[in-house]
Design a protein around this ligand. Structure first.
Ligand SMILES: Nc1ncnc2c1ncn2[C@@H]1O[C@H](COP(=O)(O)OP(=O)(O)OP(=O)(O)O)[C@@H](O)[C@H]1O
Ligand SMILES: [Mg+2]
Length: 181
């Protein structure tokens, strides 16, 4: 993983944790934030709390987020740095915000079981499984950010989560050291 000094002069990096629903973004992000003393920004929760949406998607049974309002809401925090942003999309955030973009990936059958046990059925289930099969989130990340800051991480098991958190903690420490030297 590349560790370049931040052009914006942030003292702590901003990390985006993305991936298909159910791949472990929230679990991973909250542990990374705890381990690095950074801020966990759960975009879905923020949208609900602040009403940053512009309707309801009947098929996917979720709010349609207002991307401009979300970006306005987050701009100051992102300039400050030290954020672990957790969202199942990434193409509408300004590219300059992130120093590292993590795409979590889960084996299809494991993801199917996880989403079914959450009560997902019908299009909401099949769309998400297809999204994972076709690696849509990885393609979106690669299409939106510099190749050297995008990293795919397997998230099938609890051991994977521990390893990913540990990798990201080391990366943040290295980034902070590079910044202050
Ligand atoms: N790598 C993993 N190993 C075992 N269980 C996991 C793993 N990742 C996630 N889970 C479990 O799957 C469920 C969904 O995880 P989590 O809420 O972190 O996913 P998410 O990507 O944030 O989903 P959403 O996009 O819907 O917010 C939780 O019950 C969590 O404990
Ligand atoms: Mg989540």
């Amino acid at each position: 993983m590349a560790s370049l000094p931040s052009p914006a002069g942030r003292r702590k990096p901003n990390i985006l944790v993305t991936g298909t629903p159910g791949t472990g973004k929230t679990t991973t992000s909250s542990l990374v934030a705890e381990a690095t003393n950074m801020r966990h920004v759960n975009v879905g929760d923020l949208v609900k709390k602040k009403g940053l949406h512009c309707g309801w998607d009947e098929d996917l049974e979720c709010h349609i987020i207002d991307e401009d309002l979300v970006c306005d809401e987050l701009e100051d925090l992102m300039q400050e740095g030290g954020n672990v942003v957790d969202y199942h999309g990434c193409d509408f955030f300004p590219e300059r915000w992130f120093d590292c973009v993590v795409v979590l990936q889960t084996d299809n059958s494991i993801l199917y079981d996880r989403l079914s046990s959450r009560g997902y059925t019908g299009p909401k289930l099949t769309n998400n499984i297809e999204c994972e099969i076709f690696q849509m989130m990885l393609m979106e990340a690669r299409g939106s950010y510099r190749e050297d800051i995008v990293v795919a991480m397997k998230s099938d098991s609890v051991d994977d989560i521990s390893r990913n958190v540990s990798t990201l903690r080391s990366w943040v420490n290295q980034w902070v050291r590079a910044q202050s030297s």
